[in-house]
Design a protein around this ligand. Structure first.
Ligand code: MF3
Ligand code: CO
Length: 254
């Protein structure tokens, strides 16, 4: 499939969906505390998304898994990398929690993820969160018309490794628009092949997943939850962005 370039009208619709995702993140960020269950976060998110006339993109989504995703958001604690399924499990002081949110409205999707510390977390976990965020912002410098796609992954990997961490290679970022996952796939590691040139009007979800230990992952028997092989911590940071004539526009900031 070709990379879908969006016109002004479509971009305006992307802004709407992505703003709902950003608002949901702002709400959950305030709600994270020791003792709250991940299911409670899921229902707060679901109510907010529906209250804004959108649908949670992830609910019922079938990826590579043959099990439809059973919740509105993904909540991944500590060694969980991505796709953690909300449950009656409670957050504890010192955990780190990655929250991934998608919203669909007017035919377009928004997608973003954040990792937060629950209360006071140890310095190694805080560093992992900060380096993962920095991976995204360093990669953003290459999200410009005329540059090649592989510069993004190279920047993510360089930043993660400079921090002493490793990047997950089995999952990647993606184009986004009418479909949650459109071309191109956006790897978070160095690749010799330069990939397509970026153009004004492309909308991309750039999402580094960074592990404290090795890059290996396992998928749990629930068919969704991705955990680190060594069970050390992992963090995730994602925004949907728009390629412009100049600086990229982040559509999921709040
Ligand atoms: N942000 C994730 C992604 O881009 C969300 C997918 S979760 C799923 O792939 F449940 F929908 F698969
Ligand atoms: Co995504």
């Amino acid at each position: 499939m070709a990379i879908m370039v969006k016109n002004e009208q479509q971009i305006e619709l992307m802004r709407i969906s992505n703003r709902i995702v950003a608002g949901t993140h702002a709400l959950l960020e305030k709600s994270i505390r020791p003792g709250i269950t991940t299911k409670e976060l899921d229902s707060l998110a679901c109510d907010y998304i529906k209250g804004h006339g959108a649908e949670p993109s992830f609910l019922g989504y079938k990826g590579a898994s043959n099990v439809p995703y059973p919740a509105s958001i993904c909540v991944s604690i500590n060694e969980e990398v991505i796709h953690g399924i909300p449950s009656l499990k409670k957050l504890k002081e010192g955990d780190i929690v990655s929250i991934d949110i998608g919203a669909f409205k007017n035919g377009y999707h928004g997608d973003a993820a954040r990792t937060h510390a629950v209360g006071a977390a140890p310095p190694n976990k805080l560093k992992l969160i900060e380096v993962t965020r920095q991976c995204f912002f360093n990669a953003m410098q290459y999200a410009r018309a005329g540059r090649h796609l592989n510069e993004i992954g190279a920047a993510v990997q360089a930043t993660a490794e400079a921090g002493g961490f490793s990047v997950v290679q089995d999952f990647c970022g993606h184009g986004i628009g009418r479909e949650m996952h459109e071309d191109p796939q956006i790897m978070n590691y160095r690749q010799k092949i330069r990939g397509p040139r970026l153009c004004k009007g492309m909308t991309l979800a750039i999402e580094p997943m960074v592990n404290e230990g090795g890059y290996g992952i396992d998928v749990l028997p629930d068919g969704w939850t991705v955990v680190t092989k060594d069970r050390k911590c992992s963090a995730h940071y994602e925004n949907t962005i728009l390629i412009t004539d100049g600086d990229p526009e982040i559509l999921t900031l709040y």
